[in-house]
Design a protein around this ligand. Structure first.
Ligand code: SF4
Length: 654
């Protein structure tokens, strides 16, 4: 087995280049395992506990392997922010190490979704038409100077309002790529050339699956794909491999074809007869759409938000037929000279074709193992109605569209196992064969973390639950003098507990029910000793090292309830295959989410603090042991008195 001690060992390359480096045996072992899986062309699942240094532990062996074998790697992570961290911080460090100590050079680049890039052709068209406000000039001038720089830029650098960016961003349906006469000075084409020349391509999970959904035409192929933050893959894949269509989308599509004063895609075609027919179709589609969506809206109960559709929809066929006839008419149009045909007509034609195809799939339910539902959004136009379809499971997508196309697919995250077992994750991604390994966190939890668990608290459906939970939160906040994160599974419990707590403590409270998550977090950071309250995004999305976080309170075990159509369909499918969905889906999902919540507390070897799980079911129910056995091996207490004593002890020792 290849020895990676030159990189990860004491006095190794990383120690020389990284002032914060600490030797971790597990980091080197993880690198060796990743290298082994790539050498064997094998897949791998690796859980690397917080503090392992997983990013270096997969980047370095993957690049060594790629350079030795003249191969390319894709690294997929969850968010654009994490992509930027890789290309701005981690990869420059690795590049410097390879150059300085090995004399080896490699290239890397970042790939974002199509609409993040500007289109030179659409921009010129937009400016020429002059359909913008005087106050937009500052953005337009900035974008002109970015184009002049001939550098690759994206919406991030342009920083223009969405309404402008939507008019000038790349439109995959009109872009002719190499055949485009402006491709020589196109940031998107320059980015694509850079992707092709890179040894390491940094993408995100959304882009990975939208590339699959669009027939794998967007991204270059690589021999290896490494999914970091792999715990979020299933939910991203479900979102990207489905579709949603609605009334407003159709209205704005029709406006692309025909607006007042002879504007719109129809007028690109110089044929009076065609225009008359097309205008008649636009009017008819508009009428049919009104009838169809109005009927769906009226069928909805006043308080109804979503409705599962389990058989063919009995209405909507007049709209579908009119759309089909309109698309046939558009398909017959011959290409016209001039920019308008490519920039205005073709994208509109392809979009309405896609809309028609989605409506057909929805009405006839043609996609296998998909769940279909109608959803009402009260804030939209006339209570907008959405028609949705999502795959119930995505294991087939991995089996058919991922594993056969890569020599190695590697899945990495800090939370993939339940009671040291990967079965739940493996089933979700159809993983049948490959290496599997858990590298526990190197942190000394027995010294750094105290966990409060009690079987004496009222259960969540008990009438005293809210009041008692608020009292325990108050105790924790007083013990740690604030800097607490309180995690909830619902806004209603959050609001109830917040209103009780606000009367009992002097600490400032910043809560996700009153402001965005990023604003609540910024205010929490600006006010030491305060309390941060949040629901879903705070369970896994924040990193508060050191004294920024002294206590994490989990108010309730995070079971998902089967009230969303996708979850309901998964539960049904599980039952139909003879399994118990509570055991096979809800418990493992909740364990992973709880582990992510608990993982917010200890982010470095110097951190100390309290985790309190205020749901007595972890002690009183049989399944509670699955949760408890998945928690770090730390000091556990069950009374406030014990907690105060132990917290004092770890404070003194720290
Ligand atoms: S190549 Fe595509 S993105 Fe670039 S200018 Fe042409 S149409 Fe626009």
């Amino acid at each position: 087995m290849k020895d990676f001690s030159d990189f990860f060992g004491i006095n190794g390359f990383l120690e020389h280049e990284l002032s914060s480096f600490e030797y971790r045996e597990s980091q080197q072992q993880m690198a060796e395992l990743i290298f082994q899986s790539l050498e064997k062309n094998s897949n791998a699942i690796v859980e690397a506990g917080t503090g392992t240094g997983k990013t270096m532990a997969y980047l370095i062996p993957a690049i060594v392997h790629a350079k030795e074998n003249d191969e390319k790697i894709a690294i997929s992570t969850e968010t654009k922010a994490l992509q930027r961290q890789l290309v701005e911080k981690d990869l420059p460090l690795v590049q410097n190490i390879f150059h300085k100590y090995l004399g080896v050079e490699f290239k890397y680049s970042i790939a974002l979704g199509s609409s993040n890039y500007p289109c030179r052709r659409r921009f010129d068209h937009f400016v020429k038409k002059g359909e913008y406000e005087k106050s937009d000039m500052e953005y337009i001038e900035k974008i002109i100077s970015l184009f002049k720089s001939r550098k690759i830029f994206t919406s991030h650098e342009a920083d223009a309002p969405f309404r402008i960016w939507a008019e000038i961003c790349r439109d995959s349906e009109m872009c002719e790529q190499q055949r485009c006469f402006l491709s020589y000075n196109c940031p998107f084409m320059a980015a694509k050339r850079e992707w092709m020349q890179s040894d390491v391509l940094v993408i995100n999970h959304y882009l990975f699956f939208s590339n699959i959904a669009s027939g794998k035409t967007f991204l270059p192929m690589t021999e290896t794909v490494i999914f970091d933050e792999a715990h979020s893959l299933e939910s991203v894949a479900i979102g990207q491999l489905g579709f949603s269509i609605d009334y407003e989308m159709l209205v704005s599509l029709l406006q692309r074809f025909h607006q007042k004063k002879g504007r719109g895609a129809i007028y690109v075609i110089e044929d009076e007869d065609f225009r008359d027919k097309a205008i008649a179709f636009v009017d008819k589609i508009s009428r049919e759409a009104n009838k169809f969506f109005e009927k769906l809206r009226n069928d909805f109960g006043e308080k109804e938000i979503t409705r599962r559709i389990k058989s063919e929809v009995p209405t909507g066929y007049d709209l579908l037929k009119t759309l089909e006839d309109f698309v046939d008419l558009l398909d017959e149009c011959k290409e016209q000279s001039g920019e308008d045909f490519k920039i205005v007509f073709e994208p509109a034609r392809l979009r309405i074709t896609a809309y028609k195809n989605s409506l057909h799939a929805f009405l006839h339910q043609t996609l296998e193992e998909y769940v279909y539902w109608i959803e009402k959004n009260e804030s939209g136009l006339l209570g907008n109605i959405f028609l949705n379809a999502r795959p119930v499971k995505v294991d087939r997508a991995f089996i058919n569209d991922v594993y056969p196309f890569y020599k190695s697919s590697v899945f990495v995250s800090a939370t993939l196992s339940v009671k040291d077992d990967f079965s739940f994750f493996k089933e979700s991604i159809g993983f049948n064969d490959g290496l599997e390994k858990i590298f526990p966190s190197p942190f000394d939890y027995s010294r750094q973390m105290i966990m409060f668990l009690s079987g004496q608290l009222p259960e969540p459906d008990d009438s005293e639950y809210t009041d008692v939970t608020a009292k325990y939160c108050e105790e924790m906040i007083k013990i740690t003098e604030g800097n607490c994160l309180i995690l909830f599974t619902s806004y209603s419990t959050l609001k109830n507990i917040k209103s009780l707590l606000a009367k009992r403590i002097d600490n400032l409270i910043f809560s996700q029910d009153e402001m965005t998550a990023s604003k609540a977090l910024a205010l929490y950071l600006a006010n030491p000793g305060s309390v941060l309250m949040g629901t879903h995004s705070f369970w896994q999305g924040i990193d508060l090292p050191g004294d920024l976080l002294r206590c994490v309170i989990i108010t309730r075990l995070p079971f998902s309830v089967p009230d969303t159509p996708v979850m309901e369909a998964r539960v049904e499918m599980c039952k139909n295959s003879g399994h118990n969905p509570f055991v096979h889906i809800q418990i493992p999902e909740a364990v992973l989410k709880m582990r992510q919540g608990v993982g917010r507390l200890i982010r470095s070897a110097a951190d100390i603090g309290i985790v309190a799980i205020l749901d007595s079911r972890i002690k009183t129910k049989q399944y509670g042991s699955i949760f408890e056995k998945s928690l770090p091996n730390c000091v556990k207490v069950s009374t406030i008195g014990e907690l105060k004593g132990k917290y004092r002890e770890i404070l003194l020792k720290s």
